[in-house]
Design a protein around this ligand. Structure first.
Ligand SMILES: [Zn+2]
Length: 565
């Protein structure tokens, strides 16, 4: 491909709205252009990379025994109503009506559609296991699209759904995907961190996310410094330290006018935040609940929601707080509350002589001891783990990393097959419900993550398997005869099956080199005065500073050697 005939609108300056490396470089290298907020067009070279990623995903999915399908992107509301998600997906799902008033969703995910497909084609246990996948566009009405293609309204995903006759089968399907995912990201040149994850509103139990460590990552990961425990912050557990026991003080009411926040309380009582029984009222599925956590900790709403088995969870309004505690916001506590469901974090039991709201305006209790002053009826791990916490599996300490999620695999269980009445006949002719797993990869996001991870201050450095071209041929010619000699090399490369981008523009060598560094093809071959004088071209790897001088006859072999290594 000749640059003069191609479409690579590189930019010298960073676009003003691009705040992260991948967004900046994908724009500047002419891979994408913004169509409107959260929507991007892929230009020819950007599309080449995207297709290479898609091909790797296809090859590895096929190798793992999954079968490719193609589902409609416009999905019937009836299917979403059958699973119940029409009512729980919230405003991120694009919903539309046709001219007859029939409702549809622009698929943000396809559990329902694949479950429906399977119930129409499968009838016996002999038809299973099945793992079906597609590579297709997904839609999400992001409230704030950002970071270029990392968080957009429209994106390409590979989503796969496995159907097995029993849990043992699901384990095998899941493990095959766990292995395939590791191969996919390795081939894409990405270093990923697989972490344990919460399965959120997807339901189910086992779940693993593939994260790419990045400063711009919106997910927080907790990693153990001495074992392989890794989890995202929604899921991460930690070992709570048992507080030292002290002689119990007597319970006393303290006048605390306008002292409401933990900071106010720390100053007023002159003690550590851990001494406070922070009591927060939530409403889950319409019912109020109080959660009690140490003052230094935040509630992990994912853990709480899972513990409650709730579909919806939100902070209670002040009106509800007054109704259930009898006091305005800031004075709630578990002491003396008889009719309210109260869930204590696991660390609460060991706190002694603490402080908590007295359920009375401008009053707190001090000298509060659990067991004596309030009963712990329900206990659960409902707080967010953080850097420095003890690992739940060993004696190590955990540290935080930020990450971008590029893939997610999880065991869904029976949620959809039960809701949508999918059955097959087993060996005895009895109806059984298949069990599902679900496996996603964000294709555009994977491309952005590669650029985030594989780049320097000059531009992108593509990994071998996803580079848009094998070789960037830079010609520096002064006359037609020299151009003819460069074109000989260009033709030789094409004839050898090498995908070459030839910069044949009439611009300065410096300009061409800067573009070559920005675009980031792993190998650059420069044909200039050394070739016309001595028959030597310069071969340079994008990731290295030094270049090699090689003879024309060795060019093809050197390139092939690089790509087969
Ligand atoms: Zn550990």
């Amino acid at each position: 491909m000749k640059v003069s005939r191609y479409l690579i609108p590189t930019l010298k300056e960073n676009p003003s709205d691009a705040v992260v490396t991948s967004h900046r470089l994908m724009m500047r290298a002419g891979l994408i252009r913004k169509e409107s907020a959260g929507m991007y067009s892929y230009l020819p070279m950007g599309l080449k990379v995207l297709r290479k990623i898609i091909n790797i995903v296809k090859e590895e999915m096929d190798r793992a025994g999954a079968l490719e399908c193609l589902m409609p992107e416009l999905t019937n509301a009836d299917l979403w109503k059958e699973s119940g998600r029409w009512y729980t997906m919230g405003p991120e799902m694009f919903r539309i009506e046709d001219r007859n008033g029939l409702e549809y969703a622009l698929g943000p995910t396809h559990e329902e559609a694949f479950t429906h497909l399977v119930r129409t084609v499968v009838s016996s246990y002999r038809d299973l296991p099945l793992n079906l996948y597609q590579i297709n566009t997904k839609f999400r009405d992001e409230i704030r699209p950002r970071f270029g293609v990392i968080r957009s309204k429209e994106f390409i995903m590979k989503d796969a759904y496995s159907f097995d006759v029993d849990e043992k089968g699901l384990d095998e399907s899941y493990n095959a995907m766990a292995k395939a995912y590791r191969r996919i990201f390795e081939r894409c040149g990405l270093e990923t961190i697989p972490v344990q994850a919460d399965s959120g509103n997807m339901g189910g139990s086992a779940s693993e996310e593939f994260m790419v460590a990045s400063e711009i990552g919106e997910e927080v990961l907790l990693l153990c410094d001495s074992c392989d425990y890794r989890a995202n912050s929604e899921k991460a557990e930690y070992r709570s330290i048992t507080a030292e026991s002290e002689p119990q003080e007597s319970l006393r009411e303290v006048h605390t006018p306008d002292i409401k926040t933990i900071d106010d309380l720390v100053n007023f009582f002159n003690c550590q935040p851990d001494k406070f029984f922070k009591s927060i009222i939530y409403v889950y599925d319409g019912k109020p609940v109080m959660v009690v956590v140490p003052g230094s900790r935040d509630v992990n709403e994912h853990k709480l929601k899972n513990y409650l088995g709730a579909l919806e969870l939100e902070l209670a309004s002040e009106e509800i707080v007054i109704k259930v505690t009898g006091a305005p916001l800031g004075f709630a506590g578990p002491v003396g509350l008889k009719d309210l469901r109260i869930i204590c974090d696991v660390s609460i039991r060991s706190l002694c002589n603490g402080v908590t709201g007295a359920n009375k305006k401008d009053y707190h209790f001090a000298g509060v001891n659990p067991g004596r002053d309030f009963e712990i009826k329900e206990e659960a791990d409902i707080t967010i783990a953080r850097s420095g916490d003890l690992c739940p599996k060993c004696n190590g300490k955990m540290y935080e990393k930020k990450g971008i999620e590029v893939g997610h695999i999880f065991k869904l269980g029976y949620k959809y097959t039960k809701a949508m009445n999918v059955t097959v006949l087993d060996e005895k002719g009895e109806a059984i419900t298949p069990i599902m797993g679900c496996y996603g990869i964000g294709i555009n996001r994977t491309m952005a993550a590669i650029v985030e991870q594989c780049s320097d201050d000059k531009g992108i450095i593509w990994p071998k398997e996803v580079t848009p071209f094998h070789v960037h041929l830079v010609g520096i010619a002064k006359n037609d005869e020299e151009i003819r000699q460069i074109e000989e090399i260009y033709d030789m490369l094409i004839d050898s099956g090498i995908d070459v981008l030839y910069d044949d523009r009439k611009v300065s060598p410096g300009f061409k080199f800067a573009d070559a560094d920005l675009i980031g093809i792993p190998l650059r071959i420069t044909v200039g005065k050394n070739y016309f004088a001595k028959g030597e071209v310069e071969l340079k790897e994008r990731s290295k500073a030094e270049a090699l001088s090689i003879a024309k006859n060795n060019i093809v072999a050197e390139i092939k050697k690089y790509y087969s290594a």
